[in-house]
Design a binder for this molecule. Structure first.
Ligand SMILES: CC(=O)[C@@H](O)[C@H](O)COP(=O)(O)O
Length: 268
Protein backbone atom coordinates (compact mmCIF):
# COMPACT_ATOMS: atom_id res chain seq x y z
CA UNK A 1 0.00 0.00 0.00
CA UNK A 2 1.38 3.42 -0.87
CA UNK A 3 0.99 6.25 1.57
CA UNK A 4 1.03 9.94 0.81
CA UNK A 5 3.95 11.62 2.59
CA UNK A 6 2.69 14.13 5.10
CA UNK A 7 5.97 15.86 5.95
CA UNK A 8 7.74 18.50 3.91
CA UNK A 9 10.81 17.54 1.96
CA UNK A 10 14.21 19.06 2.80
CA UNK A 11 13.85 21.91 0.30
CA UNK A 12 10.64 23.14 1.91
CA UNK A 13 11.93 22.64 5.46
CA UNK A 14 15.05 24.65 4.63
CA UNK A 15 13.00 27.37 2.93
CA UNK A 16 10.89 27.76 6.07
CA UNK A 17 13.75 27.39 8.54
CA UNK A 18 15.99 30.04 6.96
CA UNK A 19 13.21 32.51 6.22
CA UNK A 20 13.42 34.66 9.33
CA UNK A 21 11.43 37.77 10.11
CA UNK A 22 13.87 40.54 11.01
CA UNK A 23 12.70 43.63 12.89
CA UNK A 24 15.24 46.22 14.00
CA UNK A 25 18.00 43.64 13.66
CA UNK A 26 16.24 40.98 15.76
CA UNK A 27 15.20 37.67 14.23
CA UNK A 28 12.00 35.71 14.67
CA UNK A 29 11.18 32.25 13.36
CA UNK A 30 7.43 32.84 13.52
CA UNK A 31 5.69 35.45 11.39
CA UNK A 32 2.59 35.38 13.54
CA UNK A 33 2.43 37.96 16.32
CA UNK A 34 -0.41 37.47 18.74
CA UNK A 35 -2.52 39.82 20.82
CA UNK A 36 -3.91 38.68 24.15
CA UNK A 37 -7.23 40.46 24.60
CA UNK A 38 -10.50 38.56 24.80
CA UNK A 39 -9.45 35.04 25.78
CA UNK A 40 -12.00 33.17 27.94
CA UNK A 41 -9.33 32.14 30.45
CA UNK A 42 -5.62 32.34 31.07
CA UNK A 43 -5.28 28.62 30.46
CA UNK A 44 -6.96 28.79 27.06
CA UNK A 45 -4.83 31.80 26.19
CA UNK A 46 -1.67 29.92 27.10
CA UNK A 47 -2.65 26.86 25.03
CA UNK A 48 -3.60 29.08 22.10
CA UNK A 49 -0.33 31.01 22.21
CA UNK A 50 1.60 27.75 22.22
CA UNK A 51 -0.47 26.35 19.35
CA UNK A 52 0.11 29.51 17.34
CA UNK A 53 3.88 29.12 17.53
CA UNK A 54 4.18 32.85 18.17
CA UNK A 55 7.45 34.24 19.49
CA UNK A 56 6.15 37.71 20.27
CA UNK A 57 2.86 38.75 21.84
CA UNK A 58 1.45 42.16 22.60
CA UNK A 59 0.12 43.19 25.99
CA UNK A 60 -1.77 46.39 26.77
CA UNK A 61 0.22 48.35 29.35
CA UNK A 62 -2.83 50.27 30.47
CA UNK A 63 -4.91 47.15 30.98
CA UNK A 64 -2.59 44.59 32.55
CA UNK A 65 -0.34 45.59 35.45
CA UNK A 66 3.16 44.25 34.67
CA UNK A 67 3.77 43.58 38.37
CA UNK A 68 0.66 41.43 38.77
CA UNK A 69 1.03 37.68 39.24
CA UNK A 70 -1.34 35.13 37.78
CA UNK A 71 -1.64 37.27 34.66
CA UNK A 72 -0.66 37.10 31.03
CA UNK A 73 2.82 38.30 31.99
CA UNK A 74 3.42 34.96 33.78
CA UNK A 75 2.25 33.06 30.72
CA UNK A 76 4.70 34.90 28.51
CA UNK A 77 7.57 34.57 30.95
CA UNK A 78 7.22 30.84 31.55
CA UNK A 79 6.89 30.11 27.84
CA UNK A 80 9.69 32.45 26.85
CA UNK A 81 7.45 34.43 24.54
CA UNK A 82 8.66 37.97 24.03
CA UNK A 83 6.28 40.59 25.40
CA UNK A 84 5.64 43.55 23.14
CA UNK A 85 4.02 46.29 25.24
CA UNK A 86 1.41 48.34 23.46
CA UNK A 87 -0.20 51.69 24.11
CA UNK A 88 -3.80 50.52 23.65
CA UNK A 89 -6.24 52.95 25.23
CA UNK A 90 -4.24 56.06 24.28
CA UNK A 91 -5.97 58.85 22.37
CA UNK A 92 -3.20 61.44 22.22
CA UNK A 93 0.48 61.45 21.42
CA UNK A 94 1.26 62.66 24.92
CA UNK A 95 -0.62 59.75 26.49
CA UNK A 96 1.08 57.26 24.22
CA UNK A 97 4.57 58.63 24.94
CA UNK A 98 3.88 58.48 28.69
CA UNK A 99 2.65 54.87 28.41
CA UNK A 100 5.66 53.83 26.35
CA UNK A 101 8.01 55.31 28.94
CA UNK A 102 6.23 53.38 31.71
CA UNK A 103 6.56 50.19 29.67
CA UNK A 104 10.27 50.78 29.18
CA UNK A 105 10.72 51.29 32.90
CA UNK A 106 8.65 48.29 33.94
CA UNK A 107 9.72 45.78 31.31
CA UNK A 108 13.18 46.97 30.43
CA UNK A 109 12.43 47.02 26.73
CA UNK A 110 12.58 49.90 24.32
CA UNK A 111 10.24 48.15 21.90
CA UNK A 112 6.71 49.47 21.76
CA UNK A 113 3.69 48.78 19.65
CA UNK A 114 2.30 52.24 19.18
CA UNK A 115 -1.47 52.64 19.16
CA UNK A 116 -3.06 56.06 19.21
CA UNK A 117 -6.71 55.76 18.33
CA UNK A 118 -9.20 58.46 17.42
CA UNK A 119 -12.27 57.26 19.32
CA UNK A 120 -13.77 54.32 21.18
CA UNK A 121 -16.34 53.64 18.50
CA UNK A 122 -14.06 52.90 15.52
CA UNK A 123 -10.73 52.40 17.30
CA UNK A 124 -9.17 53.70 14.08
CA UNK A 125 -5.70 55.22 14.35
CA UNK A 126 -5.57 59.01 14.64
CA UNK A 127 -2.99 59.79 11.94
CA UNK A 128 -1.94 63.19 13.29
CA UNK A 129 -1.39 62.03 16.87
CA UNK A 130 0.18 58.78 15.67
CA UNK A 131 2.84 60.45 13.56
CA UNK A 132 3.61 62.93 16.32
CA UNK A 133 3.97 60.14 18.91
CA UNK A 134 6.09 58.04 16.56
CA UNK A 135 8.50 60.89 15.96
CA UNK A 136 8.83 61.66 19.67
CA UNK A 137 9.38 58.01 20.63
CA UNK A 138 11.97 57.41 17.91
CA UNK A 139 13.80 60.52 19.18
CA UNK A 140 13.79 58.97 22.66
CA UNK A 141 15.41 55.77 21.35
CA UNK A 142 12.36 53.52 21.16
CA UNK A 143 11.91 50.81 18.54
CA UNK A 144 8.49 51.87 17.33
CA UNK A 145 5.99 49.54 15.65
CA UNK A 146 2.96 51.68 14.81
CA UNK A 147 -0.56 50.39 14.24
CA UNK A 148 -1.68 52.51 11.31
CA UNK A 149 -4.43 53.01 8.76
CA UNK A 150 -4.14 51.24 5.40
CA UNK A 151 -2.87 54.50 3.95
CA UNK A 152 0.35 54.26 1.90
CA UNK A 153 1.17 57.94 2.45
CA UNK A 154 0.96 57.69 6.22
CA UNK A 155 2.90 54.42 6.16
CA UNK A 156 5.66 56.17 4.24
CA UNK A 157 5.73 59.08 6.69
CA UNK A 158 5.98 56.67 9.63
CA UNK A 159 8.92 54.93 8.01
CA UNK A 160 10.56 58.28 7.25
CA UNK A 161 10.46 59.32 10.90
CA UNK A 162 12.25 56.09 11.83
CA UNK A 163 9.67 53.45 12.70
CA UNK A 164 11.07 49.91 12.67
CA UNK A 165 7.99 48.45 10.96
CA UNK A 166 4.60 49.60 9.76
CA UNK A 167 1.44 47.83 10.84
CA UNK A 168 -1.52 48.69 8.62
CA UNK A 169 -4.94 47.46 9.62
CA UNK A 170 -6.84 44.95 7.54
CA UNK A 171 -10.09 46.21 9.06
CA UNK A 172 -11.14 47.74 12.40
CA UNK A 173 -9.93 45.95 15.53
CA UNK A 174 -12.11 43.02 16.50
CA UNK A 175 -14.35 43.36 13.44
CA UNK A 176 -13.22 40.17 11.69
CA UNK A 177 -13.93 41.91 8.39
CA UNK A 178 -10.71 40.68 6.82
CA UNK A 179 -8.61 42.82 4.49
CA UNK A 180 -10.88 45.60 3.25
CA UNK A 181 -8.38 47.27 0.96
CA UNK A 182 -5.91 44.73 -0.43
CA UNK A 183 -4.79 47.19 -3.09
CA UNK A 184 -3.56 49.65 -0.47
CA UNK A 185 -1.81 46.89 1.42
CA UNK A 186 0.03 45.99 -1.79
CA UNK A 187 1.02 49.63 -2.28
CA UNK A 188 2.36 49.79 1.27
CA UNK A 189 4.33 46.57 0.74
CA UNK A 190 5.75 47.80 -2.58
CA UNK A 191 7.21 50.97 -1.13
CA UNK A 192 8.23 49.76 2.33
CA UNK A 193 11.84 49.45 3.39
CA UNK A 194 10.83 48.08 6.79
CA UNK A 195 8.69 45.03 7.62
CA UNK A 196 4.96 45.37 6.96
CA UNK A 197 2.82 43.63 9.56
CA UNK A 198 -0.89 43.30 8.84
CA UNK A 199 -2.54 44.21 12.13
CA UNK A 200 -6.20 43.89 13.10
CA UNK A 201 -9.41 42.83 11.44
CA UNK A 202 -8.46 39.27 10.52
CA UNK A 203 -11.44 36.94 11.00
CA UNK A 204 -10.23 33.56 9.86
CA UNK A 205 -7.20 31.67 8.61
CA UNK A 206 -7.63 32.29 4.87
CA UNK A 207 -7.41 36.03 5.53
CA UNK A 208 -4.10 35.62 7.36
CA UNK A 209 -2.83 33.63 4.37
CA UNK A 210 -4.05 36.41 2.05
CA UNK A 211 -2.12 39.02 4.01
CA UNK A 212 1.06 37.03 3.49
CA UNK A 213 0.26 36.43 -0.19
CA UNK A 214 -0.09 40.20 -0.61
CA UNK A 215 3.51 40.44 0.56
CA UNK A 216 3.18 41.33 4.22
CA UNK A 217 6.09 40.17 6.34
CA UNK A 218 3.97 39.10 9.29
CA UNK A 219 0.45 39.16 10.72
CA UNK A 220 -0.70 40.39 14.11
CA UNK A 221 -4.08 39.17 15.32
CA UNK A 222 -6.00 38.58 18.52
CA UNK A 223 -9.79 38.41 18.33
CA UNK A 224 -9.99 35.78 15.58
CA UNK A 225 -8.27 33.39 17.98
CA UNK A 226 -9.29 34.53 21.43
CA UNK A 227 -12.99 34.74 20.57
CA UNK A 228 -13.14 31.70 18.28
CA UNK A 229 -15.33 28.85 19.49
CA UNK A 230 -12.16 26.76 19.75
CA UNK A 231 -9.31 29.23 20.28
CA UNK A 232 -6.58 26.59 20.31
CA UNK A 233 -7.69 25.09 17.00
CA UNK A 234 -7.92 28.53 15.41
CA UNK A 235 -4.46 29.42 16.71
CA UNK A 236 -3.07 26.33 15.05
CA UNK A 237 -4.90 27.17 11.81
CA UNK A 238 -3.45 30.69 11.90
CA UNK A 239 0.06 29.36 12.34
CA UNK A 240 -0.32 27.15 9.26
CA UNK A 241 -2.06 29.89 7.27
CA UNK A 242 0.74 32.37 7.82
CA UNK A 243 3.33 29.77 6.80
CA UNK A 244 1.28 28.77 3.73
CA UNK A 245 0.73 32.36 2.65
CA UNK A 246 4.41 33.15 2.99
CA UNK A 247 5.42 30.10 0.95
CA UNK A 248 2.86 30.94 -1.73
CA UNK A 249 4.19 34.50 -1.95
CA UNK A 250 7.73 33.25 -2.29
CA UNK A 251 6.73 30.58 -4.82
CA UNK A 252 5.13 33.24 -7.04
CA UNK A 253 1.54 32.94 -8.14
CA UNK A 254 0.62 32.28 -11.76
CA UNK A 255 -0.63 35.25 -13.80
CA UNK A 256 -4.39 35.68 -13.85
CA UNK A 257 -5.77 35.05 -17.36
CA UNK A 258 -9.12 35.90 -18.80
CA UNK A 259 -9.38 32.70 -20.82
CA UNK A 260 -8.50 29.05 -20.41
CA UNK A 261 -4.93 28.00 -20.91
CA UNK A 262 -4.38 24.25 -21.33
CA UNK A 263 -2.26 22.96 -18.47
CA UNK A 264 -0.66 20.27 -20.65
CA UNK A 265 1.03 21.34 -23.87
CA UNK A 266 -0.58 20.01 -27.05
CA UNK A 267 1.23 17.11 -28.78
CA UNK A 268 1.74 17.65 -32.54
C1 LIG B 1 -4.28 47.49 17.18
C2 LIG B 1 -4.78 46.38 17.97
O1 LIG B 1 -5.25 46.53 19.06
C3 LIG B 1 -4.67 45.07 17.34
O2 LIG B 1 -3.34 44.66 17.34
C4 LIG B 1 -5.47 44.03 18.03
O3 LIG B 1 -4.79 43.64 19.17
C5 LIG B 1 -5.63 42.90 17.08
O4 LIG B 1 -6.72 43.15 16.30
P1 LIG B 1 -7.76 41.98 16.11
O5 LIG B 1 -8.28 41.68 17.46
O6 LIG B 1 -8.78 42.52 15.16
O7 LIG B 1 -7.00 40.82 15.54
Amino acid sequence: MTTTPTTDGPAVSAAVEHDRLVIAGEEFGSRLIMGTGGAPSLQVLEEALLASGTEMTTVAMRRVDPTSTGSVWDVLRRNRIRALPNTAGCFTATDAVRTARLAREALETNWVKLEVVADEHTLLPDPVELLDAAERLVDEGFVVLPYTNDDPVLARRLEQVGCAAVMPLGAPIGSGLGIRNPHNIELIVEQAGVPVILDAGIGTASEAASAMELGCDAVLLATAVTRAQEPVLMASAMRDAVTAGRLARRAGRIPVRRYAHASSPAVD
